[in-house]
Design a protein around this ligand. Structure first.
Ligand code: PLP
Length: 425
């Protein structure tokens, strides 16, 4: 498979864009590849500018649960954009999407739209601090909550690939109220709360971690966090930027039946446009300006084209049987993977339509376990699949995603190629 045009495009991009990309993992550095430049996508298929086709398991990092370029979403956004692409004045579409979000996530009694998951989390944390009058934020190692300064501590996703799992340019003072604890370790959280519980504004968690690869919460972990936060009057923030509308229509909170105080959503919620949201109990959210004294704003927040994409996507997800079909497809594929990988010195973590193959033989229950993975072996698997027309999420510390648009033929090919790779090595 030739990728001459992509290589040329990358050289040109490097002249004007740092590292040639607008988000680090896209550069494919950790898997020792040069990036793809995409011309178009449809369903579960990407086409690069050389005309090569790839079955996509990254799906714009989990966004396209219904497939790329869904005709109903496209129709809705074209209709919206013809009426103007932004007004900086309210539209009814914002209320409609907020109502739909509330119907899927009853804990999000009030919702505010922003432009990215980063912004949603940053704002939710500000609300939590303003509401509780406390400063400390507890997060978990390997969870990624966007690139705001105070959240880049022991973070997963692309940050996991740089030394210290943190970033230059973040003064120590800016992160002095961020405490990071091991995932799936309730005693560590309990011990921290014993000392500092009354100073904690919030605990933020990816209820299923997806940014150190997919890591499931152990039995009682989420329930335990809910109980501890309640006991000490700290808020619980579920960062459902990935799990929202994916694990279930009502996200991980529906799946695990746990009610957080605040929730952040993004990705699927914006139907492929830069839209995300945070929300929670009305009493907390009403502290936001102009109703209250916690400031938060955005020129393009609640953008009408993004709202149209979100509403159209929501209608697709609301169809009877959508999640059943996705689950059936995912179960079939992931159990196929499990059979192929058994005895192969790798660990497959999965839930619903998300999975990661960790190139390590031990159980992966936290960031320390995930980091035992052999990144060279992961890289050779990624490259083998790419060469065979399959685009996986390009890092060990990310999840892969299925969509309703993946065809049986595409899934069978992916299983075949995986089997061939493991036979070869
Ligand atoms: N929170 C989680 C759980 C994420 O996975 C991400 C991004 O991948 C973010 C927040 C940040 O979202 P964005 O990249 O839209 O800023």
């Amino acid at each position: 498979m030739e990728r001459i045009k992509s290589k040329e495009a990358f050289l040109e991009a490097e002249k004007y864009i740092p590292g040639g990309v607008n988000s680090p993992v896209r550069a494919l550095q950790s898997v020792k590849e040069s990036p793809l430049f995409i011309r178009q996508a449809s369903g579960a298929e990407l086409t690069d500018i050389d005309g090569n086709k790839f079955i996509d398991f990254c799906l714009s990092w989990g966004v396209f649960i219904a497939g790329h370029a869904h005709p109903e979403v496209n129709e809705a956004i074209i209709e919206a954009v013809q009426r103007g692409s932004s007004y900086g004045i309210p539209t009814e579409a914002e209320t409609l999407l907020a109502r739909l979000v509330n119907q899927s996530f009853p804990s999000m009694e009030k919702v505010r739209f922003v432009n990215s998951g980063t912004e949603a989390v940053m704002s939710a944390v500000r609300v939590a601090r303003g509401y509780t009058g406390r400063n400390i934020l507890v997060k978990f190692d390997g969870c990624y909550h966007g690139h705001a300064d105070h959240l880049l501590v022991n973070a997963g996703s692309g940050v996991a690939l740089i030394q210290n799992a943190s970033s230059a340019g973040v003064p120590a003072e800016f992160v002095k109220y961020t405490v990071t604890l091991p995932y799936n370790n309730l005693p560590a959280l309990e011990e921290f709360f014993l000392q500092h519980g009354k100073e904690v504004a919030a605990v933020i968690i990816e209820p299923v971690a997806c940014n150190m690869g997919v890591v499931l919460p152990g039995n009682g972990f989420l329930e335990g966090i809910r109980e501890i936060t309640n006991r000490y009057g700290a808020l619980l923030i579920f960062d459902e930027v990935i799990t929202g509308f994916r694990l279930a229509k009502g996200g991980a909170q529906e799946y695990f039946n746990i009610v957080p105080d605040l929730t952040t959503i993004g990705k699927i919620a914006g139907g492929g446009f830069p839209a995300a949201a945070f929300g929670g109990k009305a009493e907390i959210m009403n502290r936001l300006a102009p109703a209250g004294d916690i400031y938060q704003a955005g020129t393009l927040s609640g953008n009408p084209v993004a709202m149209a994409a979100g509403i159209a996507t929501h209608h697709i997800l609301s169809r009877e049987g959508f999640y059943d079909e996705l689950e059936e497809k995912s179960n079939w594929f992931i159990s196929g993977l499990r059979t192929i990988l058994s005895g192969k010195d790798v660990e497959l973590n999965s839930i619903g339509s998300m999975y990661t193959i960790f190139f390590t033989s031990g159980k992966v229950q936290n960031f320390t376990d995930a980091k035992q993975s052999n990144l060279n072996r992961f890289g050779s698997y990624f490259r083998y699949m790419l060469k065979n027309g399959i685009y996986l999420s390009p890092s060990q510390f990310e999840g892969n995603f299925l969509s309703i648009a993946h065809t049986q033929e595409q899934l069978e090919k992916t299983l075949d190629k995986t089997e061939q790779f493991f036979k070869k090595v």
